[in-house]
Design a binder for this molecule. Structure first.
Ligand SMILES: Nc1ncnc2c1ncn2[C@@H]1O[C@H](COP(=O)(O)OP(=O)(O)OP(=O)(O)O)[C@@H](O)[C@H]1O
Length: 479
């Protein structure tokens, strides 16, 4: 008989805390592992630190040497963050929010009006860098209009720490465009360099129908131009010493090198326009002379109209080149002198002069007879004719003025929100103006500081270009 002997299988010694589980591979944070991770992170930290230092150093270098590159690489992104971070708060504080619920409701027999608990913030979209700052678009909600956004422009500028924010209704309904100006470019005196540095050849290089005269810089960084092809007639107002003559001289210097007839009406005895004398096709120094010169120009306008009629065209620019008369730019210095009368005898001359001026303003655009009307003051007290004239002067420039009425008369009918901006121009801001500007409506700008020497140089070099106008004699130049 065989006996089966069971052999005991050795079992693992029981642990005091019960049966132990197998250790997961690699997840325990042992001090050794922490040290290894620490060691691996050190080079990454050092690399990031070095990159940060390089980034900051590059930023400091660009800010000093290449401000534009700094703006695109650094400044704009800080602004972008700030705009995104603060937009909701601006919208809430400046009442730019809308609601998708009715703000009135019935409570028993009462009609109650309340603030929405959850206001809807309009969307701030398309924030894009520009060399002058940035642009953005606000998508309004149904029921919203642009005016509160225009009123909140200052609040936005403060919240974003920029020089100014311009808000204009966009071409597309339901949107407003924001133009964000990072700094005041008009403070930069480098742009006020005397224009005598310009080669004179450059001044004469324009084509005959180029009626655009660049006179300075706008605060969005673009050149500021008085473009007679866009606005045929301009009104320039400014207190004494605000920069009117400097601005007009800068424009004349551009036009002088082209086949354009310049006519001066300066009822302060011809003093103000005297520096232009050699280049003027006619100059009126008092009201009687002004009446004569302006009525001759009305005759010329009628002659041009007949010419256009004969050739079945609607503007002299459509005439064949050999038949086309030269453009005429009439510069009226101190418009009040033309309107204000002290005696009955002056009344007739004033009436003739101002009626002819108004006729030129009404007829002149297609006939290339343009008006640049300047004055310290334009107000309804000058007579009802001045308001009719103003309505024809589409281009507006308002330098520093002394009375709110002149700012209002210059800008108020076209750009009511520009009037306050014009009143804020300080006495030290020579040549700074609020001016008509294409898509913006209006914008701040500053003329170049065009010196008398630079003007003499241009006038002397271009005196032979002075065209002769029918029925008018060029002023005698005694120099
Ligand atoms: N853009 C400018 N930058 C710097 N200085 C300027 C600028 N424009 C004008 N000025 C300075 O302002 C002063 C007054 O200019 P300007 O004579 O053109 O003014 P005005 O309005 O024609 O004065 P008035 O009505 O007394 O003739 C001048 O000393 C001129 O050099």
């Amino acid at each position: 008989m065989s006996t089966l002997i069971a052999t005991p299988v050795p079992s693992p010694a029981p642990s005091p805390s019960g049966p132990s589980l197998p250790e997961p591979p690699g997840w325990g944070l042992t001090p050794e592992r922490l040290a290894a991770v620490g060691h691996a992170l050190v080079p990454i930290g050092i690399t990031l630190g070095c990159l940060l230092v390089v980034w900051l150093a590059l930023g400091a270098y660009l800010a000093r040497r290449h401000p534009l590159a700094f703006w695109y690489g650094y400044g704009f992104w800080f602004l972008w963050l700030r705009m995104r971070r603060t937009w909701r708060r601006i919208a809430l504080n400046a009442d730019l929010t809308a609601t998708d619920r009715p703000t009135t409701g019935q409570l028993g027999p009462l009609l109650v009006k309340g603030q929405p608990i959850r206001p809807v913030v309009p969307l701030l979209i398309r924030i894009r860098p520009r060399h002058y700052g940035a642009t953005a678009v606000v998508a309004m909600h149904p029921g919203q209009i642009p005016q509160p956004f225009i009123d909140a422009a200052d609040a936005m500028a403060h919240a974003w720490g920029v020089h100014a924010v311009r808000v204009v209704p966009a071409g597309r309904r339901g949107r407003v465009n924001l133009t964000i100006l990072r700094a005041d470019p008009l403070k930069d005196t480098s742009m006020a360099a005397p224009a005598s540095a310009r080669p004179l050849a450059d001044l004469g290089a324009a084509v005959p129908d180029d009626l655009r005269a660049e006179v300075g810089n706008r605060e969005d960084g673009h050149r500021w131009a008085i473009d007679l092809a866009v606005f045929p007639h301009w009104l320039i107002t400014g207190a004494t010493q605000s920069g009117k003559s400097t601005l007009i001289n800068a424009a004349v210097a551009r036009w002088a090198g082209r086949p354009i007839a310049l006519v001066g009406i300066d009822c302060k005895g011809g003093m103000e326009l005297a520096p232009l004398l050699p280049r003027l096709s006619a100059l009126a120094c008092d009201r009687a002379e002004a009446a004569h010169v302006l009525s001759r120009l009305v005759d010329e306008a009628q002659h041009r109209m007949a010419l256009c009629r004969r050739h079945r065209v609607r503007s002299i620019w459509q005439l064949p080149e050999e038949l086309r008369p030269v453009p005429v730019i009439v510069i009226v210095d101190e418009i009040a002198e033309l309107y204000l009368i002290a005696s009955r005898e002056e009344k007739e001359a004033a009436l003739r002069a101002t009626t002819s001026l108004l006729r030129l303003a009404q007829l002149g655009a297609a006939l290339a007879i343009h008006l640049i009307v300047a004055g310290q003051r334009v107000g309804s007290d000058l007579g009802s004719g001045v308001t009719a004239l103003r309505a024809q002067l589409g281009g507006r420039i308002c330098l520093k003025v002394n009375d709110p009425e002149t700012a209002d008369m210059t800008l108020g009918d076209l750009y009511p929100d520009a009037v306050e901006a014009a009143q804020q121009i300080g006495p030290a801001e020579k040549g700074v103006a609020i001016t008509t500007a294409d898509e913006f409506g209006w914008i701040r700008a500053r003329s170049i500081r065009f010196t008398n020497d630079a003007l003499d140089e241009v006038v002397d070099a271009t005196r032979d270009f002075t065209p002769k106008l029918p029925g008018l004699d060029p002023p005698a130049d005694d120099t």
